[in-house]
Design a protein around this ligand. Structure first.
Ligand code: GPW
Length: 827
């Protein structure tokens, strides 16, 4: 056999092999339509145009993808692997076109065929492989890693059904399956050559040779295949293209032919159904531990596949795993991939023959762990018997890690209660593995996602581990990508800013600061207000189309969009709407500022209270919107099926952003950043990243109210009722009474009994405690809105001062302080 000839890929060596003028693009689009889609352009339907444009853009990405991959391989730079159960990426076409700076040329090319680029972009389904903030953060981080030149790979799960589609039927949430893959997915490439076996169950054999430590071999009872699917992630200006690698589960034997041939047609497919179930659906629980076996299978499945892939790549380029931590940084996005700590230990010790202590050193130096919540109901812990049955060897390893950690703590003089807080095993609740403790001890760096959250982490969940490992916890405040959340979603504002301060902020968003003095320029304020008004009109059109509700774009657009959760307090916002409704009716003569309260968000299907809050928002909307006595002074809207694409229309259209979580409970928030970057004023508590937003925009430009985190903790210890507050606060009392007497649901007056009793009985979320401060702040904002000059000046200062909240800044901090990778950190 002759040696393999060296074949150059088509675009890899040429930095700009393709022409990007409208003529070339137009020709190539028709070429794709003809030879890849096999349609005559005259017969093309709109989805064919989407596909043709995507393929033309994709070719340009592939050139750059090859070049990036080659460059990274040759440089031998340290790679960063971001392990996340969720990547809430949304649509990719606009992102790709924007980052390759092809928007104008493609728009022009399509015009020649009478096709609108905006129409085409809207046809793309959202990749909704995530629940909310955590998944969207992972998507912003992927884009920022590519944009800042960090050689990063994202690892996750290729769910066949992403986050459910929400419909509202008679006011209540209905969940429907989401089917983003039905028309195929032109962005992904199946990689059959990156397929790994993943085991479950079975037993552990121990081999003892004289004079040597015992050797453990795991013999799983079940095996499934993990098949890789790669999606390119294009950075700003297309300079780097990184990879998002998602795993899909398949049976080792697609069909049991013996069973089939003997007539058992269903039984023949049982194995493949069971395997494929692992990556079939995204769990819709947000900030809540799912607790089922399938979830643990998902977690182990993608962790184990990713580690095998990382190790194979490393050993292809290095002689051994000795230098793994010098070449590889693995970030655990919350505890969902935390089983990776035990799995890497297993691979190092059982498979690659490392001595335990050396393996532990490598493991800890390789992992970093990001914590995203302090809520007890969200902290993952698995029953020991389930863990042991599914992952027997990993369970043994966890016991051994735990013994080491406990020995270390005892030597340092920790007492019994401190040790039980540190222990990886919770002995109190039927014996469980605590994934937070596992991730913590297995990582060299542990970070929170805002300054306040990080401090609270040190004082609460990880108090004792923080005492044991003083230097391990650090803060990395979240950020959002300004490409998607300013340039692409708000072209009007981007154009205005480019004219006013030049295009420098496109490359370095902190340059938005240059717009700060323009807050004092009346002409600029007017133009800024005009952009906002156009964005509000665009949202009003969407609402009119979907819900047949007419909105006045000159009213305050007061918006709360996020997952529905008690701690996020949509309920407080609804109660305020009811109180305002009552006041407008009681005092029609007053000069009320017209207001539209907009809500959107999904509730976990099993979260009863959250679903009641959605129902209440819809009931209240129906009554208020059909009451002629409030005229157009107050409208309430619940927009169904909140997702990334809807957020892209909503964020630029807000005057007022609601960030009103009970203080101490929202780890960071990222919607707060998107709104403020687009010139909304924030009404919020001193919680999560709101605290740092206050520092950046200044106290005159943000509206903070309510109890602080320590006051909440104090009050929770002392008070167990909202009753006295309700009784002495007429506005609150009347609003609550209206709910409990069925004003908004005459057909079923007792509907909100539980929701209302929760206020009287314990007010756990401090809705009663914070109501008055919230109401006063809202009325102050009403007045401010009438002074448009002042309002717009504050809005401009928000945009100008939010540059720090770019995910580029977050990623640079991770790269420098945790990963020791990326530009400037060449290994
Ligand atoms: F519970 N977050 C989320 F910490 O969206 F795992 N889903 C989740 O399951 C969790 C957290 C988890 C959010 C936080 O609630 C939010 O405050 C934060 O901004 C976001 O993660 C990104 O850090």
């Amino acid at each position: 056999m002759s040696a393999t000839p060296k074949i150059e890929p088509m675009g890899a060596k040429v930095p700009e092999p393709r022409q990007n003028d409208p003529d070339t693009l137009a020709r190539q689009i028709v070429e794709k339509m003809t030879y890849s889609i096999c349609k005559h352009p005259e017969q093309a339907r709109k989805y064919d145009w989407l596909r043709a444009v995507t393929l033309v853009v994709r070719d340009r990405i592939i050139d750059r993808w090859f070049a990036s991959t080659d460059r990274i391989r040759q440089s031998k730079d340290k790679r960063v692997y971001y392990l996340s159960m969720e990547f809430l990426i949304g649509r990719l076409l606009r992102d790709a076109i924007n980052n390759l700076q092809l928007t104008g040329a493609i728009r022009e090319a399509l015009k020649r065929y009478n096709v609108e680029l905006d129409m085409v972009e809207l046809l793309e389904p959202d990749a909704a492989l995530g629940n909310g903030g955590l998944g969207r953060l992972a998507a912003c981080f992927m884009e920022s890693m590519a944009s800042t030149g960090v050689p990063g790979v994202g690892y996750g799960i290729r769910y066949v059904h992403g986050f459910f589609r929400q419909e509202i039927a008679e006011g209540a949430q209905v969940e429907l399956p989401e089917t983003w893959l039905v028309h195929g997915n032109p962005w992904e490439f199946e990689r059959r050559d990156s397929t790994y076996e993943i085991g479950f169950g079975g037993k552990v054999l121990t081999q003892q040779e004289p004079g040597k430590p015992p050797r453990h071999v795991w013999r799983p009872a079940e095996r499934v295949l993990a098949v890789a699917y790669d999606t390119p992630i294009v950075g700003w200006r297309g300079e780097q293209v990184n990879t998002l690698r998602l795993w899909s589960a398949q049976a080792v034997d697609p069909i049991l032919l013996d069973a089939f041939n003997s007539g058992d047609h269903i039984g023949a497919l049982v194995e493949s159904n069971k395997a494929e179930a692992i990556t079939r659906v995204l769990y819709p629980a947000d900030s809540h531990q799912a607790g089922q076996e399938l979830r643990l299978r998902q977690e182990y499945f993608f962790s184990a596949a990713s580690l095998q892939d990382i190790i194979r790549r490393h050993l292809g380029e290095n002689d051994s795993l000795d230098n793994l931590a010098d070449k590889v940084a693995i970030q655990l996005n919350d505890t969902h991939p935390a089983v990776s700590v035990a799995e890497l230990m297993r691979l190092l010790v059982d498979v690659h023959g490392y001595e335990w202590g050396k393996a532990w050193e490598i493991t800890r130096a390789t992992f970093g762990y990001t914590n995203h919540t302090l809520l007890p109901e969200a902290l993952e812990h698995w029953p020991i018997n389930l863990f042991e049955r599914l992952l027997p060897r990993q369970m043994q390893i966890i016991y051994q890690i735990n013994a080491d950690v406990i020995r270390e703590a005892s030597q340092k003089g920790f007492d019994g209660s401190q040790i039980s807080a540190i222990s990886l095993i919770d002995e109190g609740h039927g014996r469980r593995v605590r994934m937070g403790q596992l991730a913590f001890v297995g990582s060299h760096a542990v970070n929170g996602v805002s300054a306040l959250h990080t401090e609270l982490m040190k004082e609460t969940v990880f108090r004792n581990l923080h005492d044991l490992y003083r230097d391990r916890i650090q803060n990395k405040t979240n950020g959002v990508t300004p490409r998607r959340w300013l340039m692409e979603s708000n072209p009007g504002l981007t154009g205005l800013l480019t004219e006013a301060i030049g295009p420098g902020f496109l490359d370095d968003v902190e340059k938005l600061r240059d717009a700060d003095p323009l807050a004092g320029d009346a002409g600029f304020r007017d133009r800024f207000a005009a952009v906002k008004r156009a964005n509000k009109a665009r949202l009003a059109d969407v609402i009119s189309d979907r819900l047949a509700i007419t909105l006045d774009p000159d009213a305050i657009f007061d918006i709360q969009v996020k997952r529905i959760h008690e701690y996020k307090r949509q309920f407080l916002n609804i109660i305020e709407a009811i109180a305002l409704y009552n006041q407008i009716r009681a005092h029609p003569e007053k000069d009320w500022t017209p207001r539209v309260k907009i809500f959107a968000g999904k509730a976990a299907p099993s979260y009863v209270q959250a679903k009641e809050i959605i129902h209440l928002a819809n009931d209240v909307a129906r009554v208020i919107n059909s009451d002629p006595s409030v005229r157009d002074l107050l409208k309430v809207v619940f927009i169904p099926n909140y997702n990334v694409s809807l957020a892209e229309i909503i964020m630029p259209a807000a005057d007022l952003s609601e960030q009103i979580s009970t203080a101490g409970l929202e780890a960071s928030g990222t919607g707060n950043m998107k709104f403020a970057l687009n010139g909304a004023l924030t009404i919020g508590t001193l919680d999560g990243a709101n605290v740092e937003m206050l520092e950046h925009v200044g106290e005159d430009n943000i509206f903070i109210f309510g109890l602080k985190a320590d006051e909440v903790a104090q009050r929770r210890r002392e008070t167990h009722s909202g009753r006295s507050i309700i009784e002495r606060t007429p506005l609150l009392r009347e609003a609550v009474n209206a709910i409990s007497t069925g004003v908004f649901c005459p057909e079923s007056p007792a509907r909100y009994h539980t929701l209302v009793s929760s206020l009287y009985n314990n007010d756990w979320w401090m809705i009663c405690a914070d109501f008055e401060a919230y109401w006063e702040t809202q009325r102050h904002l009403d007045e401010l809105f009438l002074r448009q000059d002042e309002w717009q000046a504050k809005a401009i200062r928000n945009t100008a001062r939010m540059g720090w909240f770019s995910s580029d800044r977050s990623i640079r901090e991770y790269a420098t302080d945790i990963w020791h990778a990326g530009p400037g950190k060449r290994a």
